[in-house]
Design a protein around this ligand. Structure first.
Ligand code: NDP
Ligand SMILES: O=C(O)C1=N[C@H](C(=O)O)C[C@H](O)C1
Length: 252
């Protein structure tokens, strides 16, 4: 039998952290060895004998948490938002000095969301227009969502590779923000509404037709199979993997 995965959860008192603590505790091949919140001493992770961390904290803390894990030879599964290109590139530099360590940064752990983003990338070159609407609970501190940013990046890369032009848009007068945020030339609109958890629509338009891809997380339990999958696979994937799709066999 292979060794237990010894997990420290960071951000353990948060909405996602609480769910992750339950999921890891219930997994037969894992042991929850530490649960850390704001202000905790990261050395607790080492003292507890963790082999892996799960970071579900806040954008301001996640980079330091992951650096600590990598520098101490621990694998990291990261759901926290805020990992822009510059941060990812810095992390890759650090990982080059620790070639045995794996880090997964997953903008979304829900398998349906990962599939929806992959399907969006596939559809991207076939439609003249594309926009994204992401809808979340009003306690979310960042906008647009990490999932929407990642989806826009995938769509933009696919359109660029196929030589597709920017979506047509004749707007020349607007209130600030009326057309949403631009991520790699894709318009992203963020809704914050009581009652929601995490939802996204990708709208494609062509002459005489519209195609919509929608994913809904109604409960944070939806993210847990992806968190556990990440923990089980991360040690076999040294270096940085950006997106849970890196561990799935999509399109095969
Ligand atoms: N990848 C995915 O599938 C998903 C990702 N997310 C992302 O995960 C992150 C957490 O989301 P959510 O649980 O809703 O947010 P919460 O605000 O509920 O939880 C964040 C927790 O992190 C704690 N915290 C703050 N600073 C630190 C620190 N330095 N070290 C450890 N913990 C710290 C906070 O404490 P305090 O309350 O004291 O500030 C809080 O308990 C967000 O970035 C969110 O976008 C969310 C859902 C799914
Ligand atoms: O804060 C959230 O809730 C979520 N955050 C992630 C994001 O920003 O994409 C994942 C999911 O959308 C829920």
């Amino acid at each position: 039998m292979s060794a237990q995965i010894k997990v420290a959860v960071l951000g353990a008192a948060g909405r996602m952290g609480e769910e992750a603590v339950k999921a890891v505790s219930a997994a037969a091949d894992m042991e929850l060895v530490a649960s850390l919140g704001r202000g905790a001493d990261l050395n607790e992770i080492l003292e507890a004998g963790a082999t892996h961390i799960v970071d579900l904290s806040v954008p301001a803390a996640t980079e330091a948490n992951v650096r600590f894990a990598v520098e101490n030879g621990l694998h990291a599964v990261v759901g926290t938002t805020g990992w822009d290109e510059e941060r990812r590139s810095n992390l890759e530099g650090l990982l080059a000095q620790h070639p045995e360590v794996g880090v997964l940064i997953a903008p979304n752990f829900a398998l349906g969301s990962v599939l929806a983003s992959a399907f969006a990338a596939t559809a991207a070159k076939y439609f003249e227009s594309v926009e994204i609407i992401e809808l979340h609970h009003p306690n979310k501190v960042d906008a647009p969502s990490g999932t929407a940013v990642r989806t826009a990046e995938l769509i933009a890369a696919a359109r660029k590779a196929a030589g597709v032009a920017k979506s047509p848009d004749a707007t020349d007068t607007q209130l600030d923000g009326a057309r949403g945020a631009l991520v790699d030339d894709v318009h992203v609109h963020s809704v914050r509404l009581r009652g929601l958890v995490a939802h996204q629509e990708v709208l494609f338009g062509g002459p005489g037709e519209q195609f919509t891809l929608r994913h809904d997380s109604y409960d944070r339990a939806s993210f847990m199979p992806g968190v556990l999958l990440g923990l089980r696979k991360v040690s076999a994937h040294a270096g940085l993997t950006y997106g849970l799709d890196g561990y799935l066999e999509l399109g095969q």
